[in-house]
Design a protein around this ligand. Structure first.
Ligand code: CO8
Length: 307
């Protein structure tokens, strides 16, 4: 640890990047040794680059990219490597014309148990502030293609925040959501005080942030945090099936819908309604609008070309 702290004094290089390299090298080796070969053999990697990611697995299931956080020994806690891998995986899927939706999941035990506490422990204010700790995680919200979070197990702290960055959440029956940062002497730093409040209202968000208490899947659904609850073993398949349904629609229409719903978070009702109307009018400039409406009139299935 002394070496790690000394390394942090190198001018212009945030200390967490040194912590990251040492902790993650160990983690990589552990993952390599513990990942069951039978699981890897089922996985078809996008771009055939199995080594492209250290901490996520990417599987292409027809028109859906299934991205799985894969840091099992640390319950998928999020460090810089996870963020880099996740961003790249989402970016690749977003750029792949054969993909229409993305499902983000973890393991049955943990979607993600938060930011990596061991990596954060030695950091100073200037390390985090000047280094922009975790800023890059927000990049996944720039994807035009929808991202469904399929949450089994723990989604805590940054894990809950990551799930909320996705477009909607499906929960496995045993999922647990929480913002336990208060118990560590900090606060949510990636949307837990903002997205959660907009999602479930002030009273529940405040209770979760101030107590650190977890809520279960049923409560998450009841308060509107999760859209649906599924049995643990069915969750990913159900999320992928919904992803396939979304992927069967015009990609342009899907992206316009996503953009319009997200605008509701950012603006007043009247400005949001005006924005929605402009996007609605813009959809009439697409070939897919003509195709969708003529297919309805001709009583046939539409053939969207994403134009
Ligand atoms: N960071 C690092 N390691 C972790 C984390 C974490 N967040 N969570 C679990 N682990 C590790 C444990 O240290 C343990 O490792 P080891 O075997 O080497 O000791 C291993 O995962 C298994 O964990 P447990 O033995 O504790 O498993 P349990 O089943 O007993 O408990 C819990 C599971 C309840 C999930 C427990 O591990 C726990 O409370 N974890 C911490 C949860 C938490 O406080 N999360 C919030 C972190 S702070 C945060 O997220 C700030 C967000 C700011 C922005 C983030 C953007 C990404």
């Amino acid at each position: 640890m002394t070496a790690i702290c000394d390394a942090g004094s190198v001018k212009g290089v945030p200390r967490y990047k040194f912590v990251r390299s040492i902790v993650q090298q160990k983690e990589m080796i552990r993952n390599l040794l513990t990942t069951p070969v039978r699981n890897l053999s089922k996985v078809r990697f996008l771009n055939c680059e199995a080594s492209a990611y250290e901490t996520v697995l990417v599987e292409k299931r027809d028109k859906v990219a299934l991205i799985q956080l894969n840091r099992p020994k640390a319950l998928n806690s999020i460090n810089q490597q996870v963020i880099e891998d996740l961003n790249k995986a989402v970016l690749d899927a977003n750029a792949d014309n054969g993909i229409g939706a993305i499902v983000l999941t973890g393991s049955n035990r943990a979607f993600a148990a938060g930011a990596d506490i061991k990596m954060m422990e030695p950091l100073s204010f200037s390390d985090t502030y000047m280094g922009g700790l975790f800023n890059d995680l927000e990049n996944i919200t720039k994807a035009k293609k929808p991202i469904i979070a399929a949450v089994n197990g723990f989604a805590l702290g940054g894990g809950c925040e990551l799930a909320m960055m996705c477009d909607f959440i499906y929960a496995g029956e045993k999922a647990k959501f929480g913002q336990p940062e208060i118990t560590l002497g900090v606060l949510p730093g990636a949307g837990g005080t903002q997205r959660l409040t907009r999602s479930v209202g002030k009273s529940k968000a405040m209770e979760m942030c101030l107590t650190g208490n977890f809520i279960d899947a049923q409560e998450a659904k009841q308060i509107g945090l999760a859209a649906q609850v599924f049995p643990v073993d069915e969750l990913v398949d159900r999320a992928v099936a919904v992803g396939q349904k979304i992927a069967s629609f015009s990609k342009v229409a899907v992206a316009l819908n996503k953009e319009a719903v997200n605008a509701a978070y950012e603006t007043t009702l009247q400005l949001g309604l005006d924005y929605e109307k402009r996007l609605f009018y813009a959809s009439f400039a697409t070939k897919d609008q003509k195709e969708g409406m003529s297919a309805f009139r001709e009583k046939r299935k539409p053939q969207f070309t994403d134009e």
